[in-house]
Design a protein around this ligand. Structure first.
Ligand code: RNT
Ligand code: ZN
Length: 416
């Protein structure tokens, strides 16, 4: 134990906080790490560059291409991340192994090598996502809400197949698998009909959920979005639509903090949903002016999100996942920087005496509440963070390892 940690421990103690308990709690909070930061959401099933509602910007070299390169990058990046990690996969990362099947016919065998890899890394579990973008069956920008019955049927079948794959992952990893449904559906300009596409989406979701699945193994979430590039005027899967759908159908909502108007805060939405749901799924991203999917940094709203998770005793109820993709910097660094930022924010939140602050609020002592909350901002978080990293067996400096890895792979990976 370093002297500096010992001083920090005493200082937090004077503020009613046990740093040892905070460190122990932090190591138990799983974060689901998105595989798609590694390859700019290209996937392994031949879809090519991300399209139909997803786009990445930047052309930093050495992007992972193919299963082996992606695995090598994941393994290196994960080794530099402290804490409990899950792997978040998209269906487009299927290993088809020569099978001539489309996404509606994917099965567990196409993901067996991922399960094997996750087990080898000792991960906490795998989460899964149907991939309803980067595919020719996204017709006129629509999937589950398409007026074309064949298109809808294809994507319904895809989602059902994904639930089966999720059950397989849950069994393999002995941990429930979160399946998150996000679709790009929407219109660029003022639509003539806002209701019917939503009724079609509702019917598609009903159909997907009609197939029996083990609810103890698979948790299904729906992710809303306020707008996207090319669908500025209307998105079918709006916040109100999904919140009502989830509430009525016993599934859960996924909140992506890039998917709301810039002055709406996911930190405020989390406790609203916790009042009604056992599970709240989260995509942590950083929107710069819009849903830009920048790398997550240790910023105020992230701290506020972490505080809501910690002080409401929801570290296991809120399923924390990362969702950003930056192609303009080293992708491993993007991964690790974002994951560490979330961990740091959780530690910050764990190092607050929330009960004392809640009491001040209930006594309407807003003067003391303000003063106390300000005090926490300059307590020696860094010293506790470094101690946590040490105990987790990861170095504070991750950049040099990443640059070594970059040098090692640069020879085989041409500029992409
Ligand atoms: C898109 C959504 C969605 C995707 C991933 C790749 O706006 O945030 O979650 O980013 O599924
Ligand atoms: Zn998202």
């Amino acid at each position: 134990m370093s002297d500096i940690y010992e001083i920090a421990r005493r200082e937090y103690c004077a503020h009613g906080v046990d740093t040892e308990a905070a460190i122990a709690a932090l190591s138990e909070i799983p974060i689901s790490i998105h595989c798609w930061q590694g390859d700019d959401v290209v996937g392994l099933d031949g879809g090519g560059a991300a399209s139909n509602g997803i786009q990445t910007t930047g052309n930093y070299p050495y992007r992972a291409s193919g299963f082996e390169e992606l695995k090598a990058d994941i393994e290196k990046a994960f080794s530099l991340m402290p804490g409990k990690k899950r792997l978040n996969l998209h269906a487009s990362y299927a290993m088809l192994g020569g099978d001539d099947v489309d996404r509606d016919c994917y099965g567990p065998k196409h993901f067996a090598s991922w399960a094997e890899f996750a087990k080898k890394l000792g991960l906490d579990g795998i989460d899964f996502n149907p991939t309803m973008f980067s595919h020719s069956k996204i017709k006129d920008g629509l999937s589950l809400s398409s007026p074309d019955e064949g298109i809808r049927a294809f994507w319904i079948k895809h989602c059902k197949a994904c639930i089966k794959i999720a059950e397989y992952f849950a069994d393999e990893m002995d941990s429930p698998c979160l399946v998150n449904i996000w679709i790009p559906d929407g219109y660029k300009d003022v639509p003539a009909d806002r209701l019917t596409p939503r009724l079609r989406l509702k019917a598609s979701l009903d159909e997907i959920l009609s197939a029996p699945y083990d609810k103890s193994k698979v948790k299904i979430a729906v992710e809303s979005k306020v707008f996207g590039i090319g669908v500025e005027s209307y998105t079918v899967g709006s916040n109100e639509f999904y919140q009502n759908y989830a509430a009525k159908n016993g599934i859960c909502c996924l909140l992506d903090n890039g998917h709301y108007h810039p002055l709406e805060y996911v930190s405020d939405k989390i406790p609203s949903l916790l009042a009604f749901y056992d599970t709240v799924a989260l995509h942590v991203t950083r929107g710069v002016r819009w849903d830009s999917d920048h790398v997550v940094l240790f910023e105020d709203e992230l701290k506020e999100i972490a505080k809501e998770i910690v002080r409401n005793d929801a570290t296991q109820k809120v399923k924390i996942a990362l969702d950003y993709f930056d192609a303009s910097i080293n992708r491993l660094s993007a991964w690790v920087t974002g994951q560490r930022a979330v961990q740091k924010a959780l530690l910050y939140a764990l190092l607050i005496d929330h009960d004392a602050l809640k009491k001040l609020q209930d006594k309407s002592d807003f003067t003391a509440l303000m003063v106390r909350q300000e005090e926490y901002k300059t307590l020696p978080l860094g010293a506790v963070w470094n101690e946590y990293l040490k105990r987790q067996g990861v170095k504070r400096d991750y950049l040099s390892d990443i640059l070594d890895h970059e040098k090692a792979v640069a020879k085989e990976r041409k500029q992409r």
